[in-house]
Design a protein around this ligand. Structure first.
Ligand SMILES: Cc1cc2nc3c(=O)[nH]c(=O)nc-3n(C[C@H](O)[C@H](O)[C@H](O)COP(=O)(O)O)c2cc1C
Length: 171
């Protein structure tokens, strides 16, 4: 049986939702990260990701400038760091350094990989469009990396208000 619900109420049933981190770098070499739940694979030949990034995000500005970035799958041990980079803007804050996360150089892009991530994808901007109110970024994956430790588990968002495996803030 089904009952009529608001879209918000029905969307509330989508969890658990995957979370990725978009890693970017500014002109001075400062690394920035943001958390993203609106992400999906949209092509496997060539391999492509689509991410939805709010107009106010510093990440959007940096992707438009550099045309390259990294998408990382944070591990379940990174809930606190993910919440931090996902609730603070990087315009005036060095989130890469302050997060305490570790980075290693990538192969093909100037932006670093997240050392302890479950996986990292080096991405190049293909196109951007806006079918609704959110800018959508389509990128091609040009290199990928996985953690040596197969037991590293992905972080997921368990519910509205960013319930990152035990950590919760309301928004
Ligand atoms: C679990 C989680 C998921 C999020 N998903 C998105 C998303 O899909 N799109 C988005 O624009 N912001 C999302 N955010 C919010 C951004 O990460 C947040 O606005 C961030 O501060 C932007 O950082 P920046 O301004 O340094 O780029 C999410 C935050 C969290 C914690």
């Amino acid at each position: 049986m089904q009952k009529t619900a608001t879209i918000d109420e029905a969307w509330g049933r989508k969890y658990p939702e995957q979370v990725v981190l978009a890693i970017t770098k500014n002109a001075k070499g400062r690394v920035n990260l943001m958390a993203i739940g609106w992400v999906c694979v949209v092509s496997d030949e060539p391999p492509m990701f689509l991410i939805g990034i709010d107009d106010h995000a510093y990440t959007l500005e940096l992707i438009r400038q550099n045309k390259e970035f990294v998408i990382a799958y944070p591990s379940s041990a990174m809930a606190k760091e993910t919440l931090y980079v996902g609730t603070t803007h990087g315009h005036h804050e060095d989130k890469g350094a302050k997060s305490g996360l570790k980075f290693v150089p990538a192969q093909k892009v100037s932006v670093p990989l997240l050392t302890d991530a479950v996986a990292n994808f080096e991405c190049r901007l293909v196109t951007e469009y806006r079918p609704g109110n959110c800018p959508l970024i389509v990128s091609e994956i040009i290199a990928s990396h996985v953690n040596n430790d197969d037991s590293a588990k992905r972080l997921v968002n368990l519910g509205k208000g960013y319930q990152l495996e035990g950590l919760r803030v309301s928004n």
